[in-house]
Design a binder for this molecule. Sequence first.
Ligand code: UD1
Length: 429
Amino acid sequence: MDRIRIRGGNTLNGTIPISGAKNATLPLMIASLLTDDTLTLENVPHLADVEQLIRILGNHGVDYAVSGKRLRHDPGSGRTIHFTARTIVDTTAPYELVSKMRASFWVIGPLLARMHKARVSLPGGCAIGTRPVDLFIDGLRALGATIDIDNGYVVAEAKGGLVGNRYVFPKVSVGATHVMMMAASLAKGETVIENAAREPEIVDLARCLNAMGARISGAGTPTLTIEGVEALSGARHRVLPDRIETGTYAMAVAMTGGDVTLEGTSVDLLQSALSALTTAGAAIEATPTGVRVMRNGGGIHPVDVITDPYPGFPTDLQAQFMALMTRSDGVAHITETIFENRFMHVQELARLGAKISLSGQVATIEGVTRLTGAPVMATDLRASVSLVIAGLVAEGDTMVSRVYHLDRGFERLEEKLGACGAEIERISS
Ligand code: UD1
């Protein structure tokens, strides 16, 4: 298993190209199940989760072809991939595949809408909490599906097709909003979804579905209106930039000090995280092509944050922000409201010398003047990158193991940081 070794102490200076968003790419790929035509996605990041979803979709009959320049030769441009689900050969998503990636459960929406049936394994627990699927089931039932749980599978059927309805989410869910948008696009009549997720990735999927012929309005607000259509066609769509990758590198620069331009992204995608960073002492500037992040001289100040659905502070940047706060000149509190048990990085950060105490959903971080390198272990995607951020300022060597978590969501992380002056290397074994 690969490991990443970091020798802390260098500031970051230069340019980092930001990739296409993983959390948009996955639902966009799944949307290819809705049509027998070709859906072409540009700016697809080179990530383990994308490769895994290609395999999962292949099981349902989705063919794919990669075109354009390979990423290695043209960093920052991403790949263009054509997905074609001419015939759906299987409406079952088996446990072996769904358990590897939770988002693959989302195939239930398009399969039900297009084939009027789906049998999809329950995803099971995962490292950051129980993550149930009740909202998906309630929402699809509101569109007329009958749903049973049978031997660990969600068995859904909609004889004669789904029918539009009004559905109010009792809790905001990104995944369930994606699924309801896809399902309702091929339902008969109008669907109104209240308390929908408002993440930029929701807006990106809505844009793509509309380019495929769907009639969705209100994406980015809590109320979505979807006028069902008979069939969807192919389309060409460019994946939006990854706001979590943007925020992660912004936090890395705030941590080390320096001056880095994040290319191909936008401040509009992550206002709340960038404003927390500004309060912490970083200077942020929108440039015509990206975001410039600087910290020169001044210290890191404590900032209290509470994770919330968009436009709130993203849970996917919580661990990274905590790493930054370990070096503040005071005491910061971080409250996690989205996922239970999303504090596994705390113990690992403590191995580097951080002082963090936990009480329920609140972490209290007492800033320290130095961190020291140590072997640490990645526990999930975002937690693992928080260890990299801490390692960038820790004295001596930090060795991060279980790097496959990082590879799920960060494209060539060590190359991007290395190009800006970090002493970081991947050790393959
Ligand atoms: C997506 C993101 C993930 C991010 C999360 C929250 C992708 C691929 N993943 O995950 O990176 O951390 O949004 O911003 O886009 N819930 C229920 N019942 C359900 C569904 C969800 O109770 O049926 C709960 C979850 O347990 C969690 C909360 O709702 O507590 C939010 O989860 P959700 O927004 O659904 O997260 P994901 O879509 O899985």
